[in-house]
Design a protein around this ligand. Structure first.
Ligand code: PBG
Length: 325
């Protein structure tokens, strides 16, 4: 028995009805705001391909963090732009590096914000790859110890969660072991488990000054054509001790988010990456789309696909819009 008995439009007649039966409720509670920390003081430089997003020194980061907290956004993820780069990414370990200084400033100010740090080498190496180079290739195992030390330096500075984004095999285990050895057993690991080799990271590489100087990242980031392999990557990271897993980018990989959500009972995050942000910003600037409407639709879609946590450059705008609703 179908029409006229069944009329799905009955429940769409008013906002009250639509709201009553809404399946996905986007909220600020699952949003994480990404931020770029550079050296110095009083530095605040807008990223040209990412309107509204800045490279900032730790003092300025702290100011924006106050705003982020006031908007009810629960956390941030920090990316660092170091003073110097070398083949090993040694500056990523400095206790006085920009990320470490920013964490300390936020902690000292007693903000409630969760501090997540991106753990990777690409921002710190002169060649721009996410691992060290041996014989012209990105070498897996020698990279692990450096990543583990970097995670430790973030934990020492006061990070709550470390998020390795390098895609080296075995890095979650190496980081877990290093943290535990130094009594940081309560610091969680959010692994970028299914991170695809994507053209959508373009604007980020300007923001983080982390473009590879030769070749590309295909030998370590995932092939966009693969879905089953994502489940294997997630399973391995969970076995190694990841507390949460991430799919990245978000929009071209909603099927992956859904499959990971269905296959594993752990918190699943998705990264609504720089290129996804910049496309919306560019279209909105031209009045080709209604920015608020498409951003809320995009984030609702990512949440509906199964992501409980969404890392997004739109976080502050979304928090304002949801407050006004
Ligand atoms: C570092 C890293 C990247 C992003 C997050 N961590 C860039 C890359 O892998 O090239 C991308 C985030 C974004 O595009 O917003 N490895």
């Amino acid at each position: 028995m179908s029409f006229p008995t069944h009329r799905p439009r009955r429940l769409r007649r008013s906002e009250a009805l639509r709201s009553l039966v809404r399946e996905t409720r986007l909220s600020v509670d699952g949003l994480i705001y990404p931020m770029f920390v550079c050296p110095g003081n009083k530095v605040r430089q807008e990223v040209s391909s990412m309107p509204g997003i800045h490279q900032q020194s730790p003092d300025q980061i702290l100011e924006e963090c106050r705003e982020v907290e006031a908007l009810g956004i629960p956390g941030i993820i920090l990316f660092g732009l170091p003073e110097t780069k070398d083949p090993q990414g040694a500056s990523s370990l400095h206790a006085q590096g920009p990320v470490q200084r920013a964490i300390e400033a936020i902690r000292k100010a007693n903000l409630k914000l969760l501090i997540i740090t991106d753990v990777c080498l690409c921002e710190y190496t002169d060649h721009g790859h996410c691992g060290v180079i041996e014989n012209g290739e990105v070498a897996n195992d020698p990279t692990l110890a450096i990543l583990a030390k970097q995670a430790l330096s973030h934990a020492r500075a006061g990070a709550d969660i470390v998020a390795p984004s390098d895609m080296m095999d075995g890095r979650v285990a190496a980081i877990r072991e290093m943290l535990d050895e130094h009594k940081f057993e309560n610091i969680a690991i959010l692994s970028y488990a299914a991170k695809y080799c994507s053209g959508f990271y373009g604007p980020f590489r300007e923001a983080a000054q982390s473009a590879p100087q030769f070749g590309d990242r295909r030998s370590y980031q995932m092939d966009p054509a693969n879905a089953r392999e994502a489940l294997k990557e997630v399973a391995l990271d969970l076995e190694e001790g990841a507390d949460m897993v991430m799919v990245k980018p978000a929009l071209p990989y909603l099927d992956i988010i859904r499959r990971v959500r269905d296959a594993f009972d752990v918190p699943v995050a998705a990264y609504n990456v720089s290129g996804e942000y910049s496309m919306v910003k560019a279209a909105a600037k031209n009045d080709w789309v209604d920015e608020k409407r498409v951003v809320l639709e995009i984030l609702t879609g990512i949440q509906r696909a199964g992501a409980g946590t969404i890392l997004t450059y739109h976080a502050k705008d979304v928090a304002r819009w949801l407050k006004a609703c």
